[in-house]
Ligand binder design. Sequence first.
Ligand SMILES: Cc1cc2nc3c(=O)[nH]c(=O)nc-3n(C[C@H](O)[C@H](O)[C@H](O)COP(=O)(O)O)c2cc1C
Length: 373
Amino acid sequence: MSPSCAATGTVDAVSTNEGLAQAASEVLERFAPAAGLSPRIDAFPREGNLAERLAEQPFLMAPMAGVSDAAYRLMARAGGAGLAYSEMVSVAGIHFGGDKTWELVYPRDPEPDVAVQLFGSKPDQFREATALVSERLGSRLALIDINMACPVPKVTRKGEGSALLDDAPLAARIVGACLAEASVPVTCKIRRSRRPGPEQAPEFARAMEAAGAAAIAVHGRCASQLYRGEADWGVVRRVVDAVGVPVIGSGDVLTPEAAARMRDETGACAVMVARGTYGNPWIFSNARRVAAGEEPVDPTLEERIAAFECHVRLLAATGAHLARARSLAGWYLKGLPHAAAWRNCAMACVTLDDFLALAGELRKLALASREGE
Ligand SMILES: Cc1cc2nc3c(=O)[nH]c(=O)nc-3n(C[C@H](O)[C@H](O)[C@H](O)COP(=O)(O)O)c2cc1C
């Protein structure tokens, strides 16, 4: 069957979605099981020290700006992520009190808790942001992570993100400022170094541990590499050797096997999955299976289509802009017959109805291909 686009592409997205959107908990309850996902989400463990809690739930949804919104985090956790991070949130944005900034911070029902990642360069603003986030999220705040990894020039130019790797004393003051207001663990996410050459991560991680960081997440690339080239897991191992606090590994965890292997090869307590989650919320439960010596279970075509539908409904339920569903379509439908044409159909979708009609067409395709087997 070849694609026939059902989208009208003309109706005002927001007004149409308001009438149709269900509560996110109802969406998960009704649509997650058909996608092979859990309709219920367990809270990140609250008992024990952070190392024990991470060891219990070692597969985490990484922070991803422009991606890890509430709907994305809900899908990841329905797929078995132990915890999911917010997109990076500007402490200056919190200082100036923008609704758009707070949108990035709030967990949405039925998300039991969230790890909030902050970025900036001013210790006072980190202190204020930590106090406000702690007050507003209460027991739904699992931890505060400080971004010391972002390579984007717009960020580093202001001394934020990975620029902090070159200023350990300031980074340590930022950790201290967060600790002054936090009742949850404060962690740091770093990279190997800002640029190729001497590796900064182990010594820098030691300095953050001395400042009070409860864990260090390490992305094994230089900031100047952005996301290109191979991540060096050796850096993760060397940070594990350098500090006593738990280490969370990141970089090229694109399969369940890689997630399990990273822990084995580096000694990291936990692993962040970033691009490996694109169209694949099952990666978390599969990583657990692989870690337990079992075979991963690939989703069927029907489950992938059901996951796409569930995700789109969650976007609507959480008030997100449905344009995000267009890139989701590309990710969930990868490898499908006529995938490029289906992606084009998704590009023409505007309203929730449009995307649901597309999912309906895809279900017919799945049925036809099963009957043709
Ligand atoms: C689109 C995108 C957005 C990202 N945004 C953030 C962010 O806001 N904060 C952060 O610490 N890392 C961010 N990262 C980095 C990821 O968390 C992760 O460390 C990195 O992608 C390496 O993992 P991977 O190779 O498995 O994708 C982002 C990565 C991508 C691809």
